[in-house]
Design a protein around this ligand. Structure first.
Ligand code: 5GP
Ligand code: MN
Length: 346
C-alpha cells in the first residue's frame, strides 16, 4: 500500500481520472464523489464520474450531477473506454468490487492506479492507495480529510461543501447515529464556514417527496410492517407490485427501514424488497447488534455495525421466511441487546 503523500505528488500534473461509487448511489456516495470530482477538476484534471446505476432525483441539485455517466443506461462502451484509459480510478463509498456490478471487473483489470476512499467494514484489497476508516461517519468526511491533507482547503467552494455536507448529514442520520463524533461536527462547522447552505441541502433531501412516495410510505406503514415482538425486530416486506402501484422511483424506499427501527421495543429492523435484479435487504440496528455480521453471514452483504444491506437469490416470500427463521436464532442476543440499549450501554 502506497502513502497518500505520493498520490499528492502524482496529482501535481494533470491526469485522466475516473471516479466511481456503489450501485444505486445515496447522498454520501454521490456527494463524496461529486465533491472530490469538482475539487479535482479545479486542480486541472480531466474527471469523469461513472455510476453503476441511476440514483434518487432528490440528489439532482448537486453541482456536476448532470455530467454523471450512468453505466446501466446505454453508456457501457463510453465507460469501458474511460476506465481503460484512466490514469487513476477513485472508488468511493464501497468496500468490495461486486458493489459496482459489471464495472467491478473492468476496474479490477484496468491499468490505472486505484484509490479506495471508504468507511465500510472489511474492505477488499484491490487498491494501490487507501483512505479508509470505519471511524469516519461518511465517505464525505474522508474526502474532506484528503483535501485538507493535500493543503487545498481553499479549493473547497460552496458547491463542494454542499456535496460533502449532504453525505455527512445523511450518513449520520442527521447527526444522531453513534457515528456522530466531535470531528464530524468540526468538519461540518468548517463546511458551513466555507459556504455550505445547510438549510437548502436539508430541504432538497428531506422535503422533496412526491405525493406517490408519501402515500407509499403510509401504505407500507399500515399494511406491510410486521413486528416480531419477542425478537425485538420489525420488518417491511415490499413486492414489485407494491412498488408499481405507487409509481415507485429510485430512492422512494430510502429511509423506510428507519420507521421500523423507531419503534420503542425494537432494536433490529429490515426492509425486504423485491427488485428487478433480486430480492434485497436493508438492515438497521440500535446498540451492539451487528447488522454487518448478520448481512455477511446470511445474505452475502455487509456495511456498518448499525446499517448494512444484503441480497437473496430466492423469491420474496421465501426470503421473508428465511429472514424470520434466521432472526429466531438471535432471540437471546437481541433481547440482551435491547436491555443494554435501554440503559444506554453500547
Ligand atoms: P442501505 O440499507 O441504505 O441500502 O445500505 C446500508 C449500508 O450497507 C450502506 O452503507 C451500504 O453501502 C451498505 N450495503 C448495502 N447493501 C450492501 C451489500 O449488498 N453489500 C455490502 N457489502 N454492503 C451493502
Ligand atoms: Mn457512506
Amino acid at each position: 500500500m502506497q502513502k497518500l503523500e505520493s498520490l499528492r505528488e502524482y496529482l501535481e500534473t494533470p491526469k485522466k481520472i475516473v471516479i466511481t461509487t456503489h450501485f444505486k448511489p445515496d447522498a454520501d456516495a454521490l456527494g463524496s464523489s461529486l465533491g472530490l470530482g469538482n475539487y479535482l477538476k479545479k486542480k486541472g484534471h480531466q474527471v469523469n464520474l461513472i455510476s453503476p446505476s441511476d440514483y434518487p432525483e432528490f440528489l439532482n441539485w448537486m453541482e456536476g450531477e448532470s455530467e454523471v455517466i450512468n453505466y446501466e443506461a446505454r453508456k457501457k462502451k463510453k465507460s469501458q473506454k474511460l476506465i481503460q484509459e484512466a490514469d487513476i480510478i477513485f472508488c468511493l463509498d464501497f468496500n468490495c468490487l461486486n458493489r459496482i456490478n459489471e464495472l467491478g471487473e473492468l476496474v479490477r483489470v484496468a491499468p490505472a492506479l486505484k484509490v479506495l476512499i471508504d468507511h465500510h467494514l472489511d474492505p477488499e484489497q484491490f487498491a494501490d492507495f487507501e483512505l479508509w476508516s470505519t471511524n469516519a461517519a461518511a465517505t464525505a468526511e474522508l474526502v474532506y480529510e484528503l483535501i485538507i491533507r493535500f493543503n487545498d482547503r481553499q479549493y473547497i467552494d460552496q458547491s463542494i461543501a454542499e456535496c460533502l455536507y449532504a453525505g455527512i448529514m445523511t450518513d449520520t442520520g442527521q447527526f444522531k447515529h453513534p457515528n456522530t463524533t466531535k470531528n464530524i461536527h468540526l468538519v461540518t462547522a468548517d463546511l458551513i464556514e466555507l459556504g455550505a447552505d445547510i438549510a437548502k441541502v436539508g430541504r432538497y433531501i428531506y422535503d422533496n417527496n412526491s405525493l406517490d412516495r408519501l402515500k407509499f410510505t403510509g401504505y407500507a406503514l399500515s399494511q406491510k410492517l410486521k413486528v416480531l415482538k419477542n425478537l425485538r425486530t420489525a420488518y417491511f416486506w415490499i413486492s414489485a407490485d407494491d412498488l408499481k402501484k405507487f409509481n415507485s422511483k429510485t430512492g422512494d424506499t430510502e429511509g423506510l427501514v428507519n420507521y421500523a427501527l423507531s419503534l420503542k421495543d425494537v432494536v433490529f429492523s429490515a426492509v425486504i424488497i423485491e427488485r428487478p435484479e433480486a430480492v434485497r435487504l436493508s438492515l438497521r440496528s440500535k446498540g451492539g447488534f451487528s447488522v454487518n455480521d448478520f448481512a455477511r453471514d446470511h445474505f452475502s452483504g455487509g456495511g456498518h455495525p448499525n446499517a448494512a444491506g444484503g441480497v437473496s437469490d430466492k423469491g420474496l416470500e421465501e426470503t421473508v421466511a428465511d429472514f424470520e427463521r434466521i432472526v429466531k436464532q438471535y432471540e437471546k442476543q437481541l433481547n440482551r441487546n435491547f436491555k443494554k440499549t435501554n440503559k444506554h450501554e453500547y
